[in-house]
Design a protein around this ligand. Structure first.
Ligand code: MN
Length: 733
């Protein structure tokens, strides 16, 4: 066939199903491609234009696509293989045609390497996702079909590689899009190169029995045909052999011989209505004995790719089993041409019932309601994987990420260690920023370094995948903890030093629990981690601890001095003149300077009271009244070296808080009288609490500030004089 004849055939084919096609444009596309490829030859030695013409022929004959698809098929290699540009094609034809050609070229550029199943599935999805317009993938599949048909001219290595790719990528895509006929042909052609011996074995066996098989098929066809004619059921019936690759799979997977394969022969009965399908099934079961368990109703329950048919296997008159597939014309077209058939039906305004099986196509179709057919095809996009993006690792693995994913998502999808050590990223060999959004087919390379500082907080905002985000968060929590502790400890120590303190002060086992309480961390490491990570500052930590530490330091001094003083006291039982020392809050602690003093809450001594001191741990000297139960003589023998002599100095003030308890018979105006007593003695009142007992008594608790025991005695006397007052005491213990 000459090139012109081939072109004429193409035109004739298109005219057969689409008389309204733009034949001027189609012709222009042919001439443009012919010219662009004029210096190129195929491996067979033929002019290159043979190939685009053949692809366009497949697109027309097998898929019956629109004008633009035919033009794009003719032009599909010009952008990739000739000086022609996208802009030229867009200008001479249309931007849509240019997009289709560019789309096909992009798929051509992808490098495949054979991978495990999951990887292959991702590759297939990527191809479909990259196609955007479904016509791109249909043209690409047609391109591959023609290349497989003419594979004999390629080197054996190339044959194997392309066949594997076809088997793993293109045949499953054809299947997914429901294009069974193309799928079978792709599989058979691939098998021929992948297992030439196995292929040869099957085809030669089939060839050997060809005569026998054909006679059997003709006989059976006539039997069915006659019976259906008698019943006046309009139909087409024909038989076919199982295709070599299906036989191959059965023979090798199930270890069967050709004779043992049940459904080597299949007959198709194509009828006009759904009802006829079930009628024909009854007729077939009447003529032939059905084999139990072999009936399948794919009309009631279609296959995921939309395939519908009734399948049954019966025993033929010669004892040869065969399968019968019964379906309507529409089901048949969908079975043969898949997605492309849907278009045809939609264009003719028929077949609304079946496309529900193609979930994503149906969704697209619904959006197109009311638009005319041509416009509808224009906007038919593949949004099957619109929320996903598929990119390559440098060694050809495919990563499947959410749409809008960045190198950060990619790095964490590979491994959290890759993400945590990432210092940069390259996309298609160019350095990009980490918020660069990845596109289908990008080759992404993550640059890592042992010295990487790890993820930053910003990454959480940039990452699109929850996987990446959770791995980053995990890192902040865990992996960086060690580092945070080291850094946090360093800055804490520096701050301590700045304040004249040392780690020894902090780690003192008596002090540490109190210090940790002050900063509200369970352990020092937790606090260091927080400082290192920036959640808490070293300054705050030290300032919160400082008071406690200083007290402890004073305490330390105090204990030393107290020990010395006690030793001195033992050596010289009673020094003639106690050393005059500066008092602290009016208290002179014997033998000690500048020591922290506090008044015990239990007995609240005031100047003039007989008092005694107790050296507490960490809080200086606590002053009790000598008559306080907590300072009872038996207690003083307990920790004898902690009890110390104290006395009132001359520099007392008027600010000694103490407590009085007044018990009275309750009556009206009692509080008024108590207030009067307080005011006449010039007593500063900190608080008054009262409660009534059940037997009509009242107990008042007066918190007052007292100058000395003289003032206190006057006050107590005044209170005692109030009518109804039974007892005034200074509670202790
Ligand atoms: Mn091509």
């Amino acid at each position: 066939m000459t090139i012109q004849e081939q072109y004429d055939l193409l035109e004739k084919t298109v005219r057969g199903y689409n008389p309204a096609a733009d034949f001027e444009r189609i012709k222009a596309a042919f001439q443009f491609a012919d010219d662009a490829h004029k210096d190129q030859k195929r491996k067979s030695g033929e002019p290159y234009i043979i190939h685009p013409l053949a692809v366009a022929q497949i697109v027309a004959e097998e898929l019956r696509l629109d004008s633009e698809s035919i033009e794009a098929a003719l032009l599909h290699d010009v952008i990739e293989d000739t000086p022609a540009t996208y802009e030229q094609v867009a200008k001479l034809f249309s931007p849509t045609v240019a997009d289709l050609v560019e789309g096909v070229s992009k798929l051509t550029r992808i490098q495949y390497a054979t991978k495990e199943d999951e990887q292959m599935e991702n590759l297939r999805k990527m191809l479909i996702a990259m196609s955007k317009d479904i016509r791109v993938i249909l043209i690409k599949v047609s391109d591959r079909l023609h290349n497989m048909r003419t594979m004999e001219y390629q080197s054996p290595a190339k044959q194997k590689q392309k066949s594997l790719e076809t088997m793993e990528i293109y045949a499953p895509i054809a299947h997914r899009l429901g294009m069974q006929r193309i799928k079978w042909e792709l599989e058979d052609l691939s098998l021929k190169y992948l297992d030439p011996v196995g292929f040869e074995e099957i085809t030669s066996q089939l060839e050997e029995k060809r005569g026998e098989y054909e006679r059997f098929m003709r006989r059976t066809q006539i039997q069915i045909d006659e019976r259906l004619n008698e019943l006046k059921i309009e139909h087409i019936v024909y038989g076919r052999m199982k295709h070599p690759y299906s036989i191959y799979r059965k023979m090798f997977n199930q270890n069967k011989s050709l004779e043992e394969i049940f459904d080597l022969f299949a007959f198709r009965v194509i009828v006009e209505s759904l009802g006829d399908c079930y009628n024909v099934l009854g007729v077939i079961h009447d003529i032939y004995k059905p084999i139990l368990g072999r009936f399948k109703d794919y009309i009631g329950t279609p296959k995921p790719n939309g395939y519908q048919s009734l399948h049954t296997t019966v025993m033929g008159t010669d004892g040869i089993p065969f399968e019968v597939q019964i379906r309507t014309r529409e089901m048949h077209e969908i079975a043969e041409y898949g997605v492309a058939a849907h278009w045809k039906y939609k264009q003719n305004g028929q077949g609304a019932g079946t496309e529900g099986r193609y979930e994503w196509v149906r969704r697209l179709l619904e959006n197109q309601e009311g638009a005319d057919a041509e416009e509808y095809i224009h906007s038919l996009k593949v949004d099957m994987f619109a929320d996903e993006v598929f990119v390559f690792t440098p060694n050809g693995d495919v990563q499947n990420l959410p749409a809008g994913a960045t190198p950060i998502d990619f790095a964490y999808a590979i491994h959290s260690a890759v993400g945590n050590h990432m210092v940069g990223a390259k996309v298609n060999n160019r350095i990009v920023t980490l918020d660069h959004s990845l596109k289908n087919g990008d080759i992404v390379e993550i640059m890592t370094s042992k010295a990487a500082r790890g993820p930053s907080r910003d990454w959480l905002k940039i990452a699109r995948s929850s996987e990446a985000r959770s791995k980053i968060r995990q890192w902040f929590k865990k992996e960086r903890r060690e580092e945070n502790i080291v850094n946090g400890r360093a800055s804490f120590e520096a701050e301590l030093k700045h304040c004249g303190l040392t780690m020894k002060d902090v780690t003192d086992p008596e002090l540490l629990p109190g210090l940790l309480k002050k900063v509200a961390y369970p352990t020092l490491d937790d606090m260091y981690a927080a400082i290192g990570y920036g959640g808490f500052s070293a300054q705050k930590a030290v300032s919160r601890m400082q008071g406690e530490i200083n007290r402890a330091i004073r305490q330390h001094h105090l204990e030393q001095q107290a020990a010395e003083a006690a030793a001195q006291q033992r050596e010289e039982p009673r020094p003639a003149a106690p050393k005059r020392v500066k008092s602290e809050q009016g208290i002179i602690v014997e033998g000690l300077d500048n020591c922290l003093v506090k008044f015990s809450k239990c007995c609240t001594p005031v100047p003039g009271d007989e008092i005694v001191g107790f050296i507490t741990r960490g809080y200086g000297v606590s002053v009790h009244r000598s008559d306080c139960p907590n300072a009872a003589p038996e207690k003083r023998t307990d920790q004898a070296d902690r009890w110390i002599k104290v006395s009132w100095g001359r520099d007392t003030n008027e600010n000694y808080p103490t407590t009085l308890e007044v018990i009275c018979k309750d009556r009206q105006g009692l509080l008024l009288d108590i207030s009067a007593a307080l005011s006449t003695t010039n007593t500063f009142v900190l608080g008054i609490n009262s409660r009534s007992t059940h037997d009509e008594f009242a107990i008042f608790r007066l918190e007052v500030r007292i100058r000395d025991s003289g003032q206190l005695e006057t006050l107590m006397r005044k209170l005692n004089q109030i009518s109804g007052v039974l007892q005034v005491t200074r509670p202790a213990g």
